[in-house]
Design a protein around this ligand. Structure first.
Ligand code: IVH
Length: 666
């Protein structure tokens, strides 16, 4: 490559890498795999080394990615938060060992750790109390996410024992375990929201929420792996981790101290196999020189320490032939292209189908029928096609022409601005959308009607159900006459349908399948608006005023009920006896706050503001919007409004913390 070509290529790689950094760190929605990213980064580093005068301090190769999103207060890191050099092979680890040996004269040992796949976090403890939690950001300053981090069960607010340094920092990784990830994505898919691609994106996306109460619900966890400070207990990284564990900090049991790189390689092999048994994702192994003195001798490059290296597991990939493309239509009308593949073994299972995501992904990779394609499996998600082996492309192949009409009902597809997917707008006439809505309606978390997918299919084929309201018109005899059905099974189904009329209003609201109204949003709406008429008649502004309801949800709700067909469904369900009224029987919980007026300010870590307001009322108290001489308590969280604070101090109002409030109401 001559210099002119190198300039062009470097420019291209820098732009691409910047875009992918933004997708990964800020949007938590990466468009390419880590492996593809690393290949581009290696290309860039290679070219910059070959043409050193083209080096630039603003190049992505010289900087760590930036996760800051402008929505949090920015805080300077006391010690820069760097990244680690990546390797993928044993030879790279042996090279690392040689580099270390060239600099260190005496004997040394390594601590081997798992490389937890999440979002890095820095915690500061002063006098045993957690005072601050900050994301990596650009490495020099990050986002202050203390309120969110305080909701993580395994991060202690107060340390145990007394032999911890008066002030120190500990870094670690916030992760989302598989079971929490699955639950979160199921909820999001039900709500028509995008599913997170993997637990790492879900963890970093969650850490950046503006609502600590929502963060608390998602089940984040954290592993800590790096202590910093002036008065650490020992000169050994490994022993410091053990000390930190005694202070109540969540240091995982996995680290091992070894004395040779061969043993470290043994550790990588062991975990490459055992990683699938862990209830969370790891993406590699980290090998660190154990002695802090020796770490200081080795020092840092601009981007990473010379005393540590990460060995990344290669994402499991396979190469196979792309036979054809199907287009699936989801409940919301979203179209997903799916590749039919020549069956191939990948990470222990035979893969026949893989997601192609959307039209943009197909054209980005220029994927064509009969191509040899790379298929990758990451975490728990279905495999995806990540690229094409252009060398083995057959002559005469043509780019894929994306469908313009729905494969199921023939309606012309639409693509809304800002959405990656095409949609079939024929909500009420497109069979998979109709069946998908009924499947959602009967599902366990919605109306919990005991009706399998195949039964819905059959009832639909026979013309017995065309929408959710038709379920309540089904007669036992109609069902009993169907193939595979008898008296008993027909009886069971009709009983289960009858039983569903007792489902709480929030479940019914969720079951209606309004886009973006998942379980949580349905609960909020049911609690706030109490009955379906108030939901139907709520204006955009009324909806937006409800905490946790943003523009997107508010618009979707009003749009749903602006359609006469949807109102008719509600009326028919009402007539059938489905419950459209919130249960208020357990509204009063105690009289512990009788006669007390409480003003709240700031954000809270265990409860949302709405939950607190509701609890005040349910325990007999009054929640007032502003401080006055009549205020009994000022209940404060993080980021208190300055005006309220001044006034409360001036009037000598008693302050309450969230924990004290919770104690008070028991
Ligand atoms: S040590 C200066 N140890 O990997 C070195 N990092 O690619 C500090 N990570 O930013 C990092 N597990 O977010 C270290 N056991 C571990 C880790 C780990 C995961 C993450 C961390 C870091 C990134 C580097």
């Amino acid at each position: 490559m001559n210099k002119k070509e190198a300039v062009k290529r470097i420019e291209f790689l820098r732009e691409e890498l910047k875009k992918h950094n933004h997708n990964y760190y800020v949007l938590s929605k990466p468009a390419i795999s880590d492996f593809e990213y690393d290949i581009m980064m290696n290309d860039l580093v290679f070219l910059e080394n070959k043409f050193p005068d083209l080096k630039d301090e603003n190049s992505p190769s010289a900087k760590v990615g930036n996760d800051s999103s402008n929505e949090f207060v920015q805080v300077d890191h006391k010690y820069p938060m760097l990244s680690l050099g990546n390797t993928y092979s044993e030879e790279d680890l042996i090279d690392f060992d040689s580099r270390v040996k060239k600099i260190l004269t005496g004997p040394f040992s390594y601590t081997c750790e798992l490389k937890y796949d999440g979002a890095s976090i820095s915690l500061v403890y002063k006098n045993g109390k957690l005072t601050r939690a900050v994301t990596r950001g650009d490495g020099d300053k990050g986002d202050d996410v203390t309120a969110n981090v305080r909701t993580i069960r395994t991060i202690p607010h107060t340390l145990t024992g007394s032999d911890y340094p008066a002030e120190f920092e500990i870094r670690g990784e916030i992760i989302l375990p598989h079971d929490s990830f699955d639950k979160l994505n199921n909820d999001r898919i039900s709500a028509g929201d995008f599913a997170f691609a993997n637990p790492r994106n879900a963890a970093s996306g969650t850490l950046k929420l503006q609502n600590p109460a929502e963060v608390a619900k998602r089940g984040l966890d954290c592993f800590l792996y790096y202590l910093l400070g002036e008065n650490l207990p020992t000169n050994s990284h490994f022993e410091n981790l053990i000390a930190a564990r005694k202070w109540g900090l969540n240091v995982a049991p996995h680290p091992e101290r070894v004395s040779t790189i061969e043993e470290a390689i043994g550790f990588t092999k062991k975990w490459n196999e055992k990683r699938y048994d862990l209830p969370f994702d790891i993406d590699g192994i980290v090998v660190k020189v154990d002695s802090l003195d020796q770490q200081r001798v080795l020092g840092f490059t601009s981007k990473s320490p010379r005393w540590a290296i990460s060995y990344k597991f290669k994402a499991e990939q396979a190469v196979t032939d792309l036979l054809s493309i199907d287009y699936q239509v989801g409940r919301t009308g979203a179209i997903t292209p799916v590749a039919n593949l020549e069956p191939v073994l990948l990470a222990g299972t035979t893969v026949k189908r893989a997601s192609l995501h959307n039209a943009d992904q197909i054209s980005l990779h220029d994927i064509r029928i009969n191509d040899r394609v790379y298929v990758e499996k990451g975490g728990e998600i279905i495999p995806k096609v990540v690229g094409v082996d252009l060398n083995s492309r057959l002559p005469g192949s043509q780019p894929v022409v994306y469908i313009s009409n729905c494969p199921e009902c023939g309606t012309e597809l639409i693509r809304k601005e800002g959405e990656a997917k095409h949609f079939c707008p024929n909500e009420d006439g497109c069979p998979p959308q109709i069946k998908g809505k009924i499947e959602h309606f009967v599902s366990r978390k919605a109306m919990n009607i005991n009706c399998a997918e195949a039964t819905i299919d059959l009832l639909y084929q026979k013309g017995l159900i065309k929408n959710i309201a038709d379920l309540y018109d089904l007669k036992k005899e109609q069902i009993a006459n169907l193939e595979r059905f008898g008296e008993k099974s027909a009886q069971n189904l009709t009983e289960s349908i009858q039983e569903s009329k007792k489902a709480g209003f929030e479940r019914v609201l969720f079951a209606l399948g309004i886009r973006f109204v998942g379980e949580t949003v349905a609960k909020t709406l049911a609690k706030k608006l109490k009955n379906i008429d108030l939901v139907i008649n709520a204006s955009l502004d009324q909806l937006r005023e409800i905490e946790e309801i943003g523009d997107k949800i508010a618009e979707s709700v009003t749009q749903h009920f602006s359609k006469p067909g949807n109102i008719e469904i509600v009326n028919r369900l009402k007539a059938a006896g489905v419950n459209f009224q919130a249960d208020e029987s357990n509204d009063i919980l105690s009289d512990k706050l009788n006669g007390l007026t409480i003003v709240i300010s700031g954000t809270f870590s265990r409860l949302s503001r709405d939950e607190i307001k509701e609890l005040i009322v349910k325990h007999g108290g009054k929640n007032a919007g502003s401080i006055s001489a009549n205020t009994d308590y000022f209940l404060t969280g993080a980021n208190i409004g300055p005006e309220k604070l001044k006034k409360a101090q001036k009037l000598g109002i008693k302050f309450l913390t969230e924990d004290e409030f919770i104690d008070m109401i028991g």
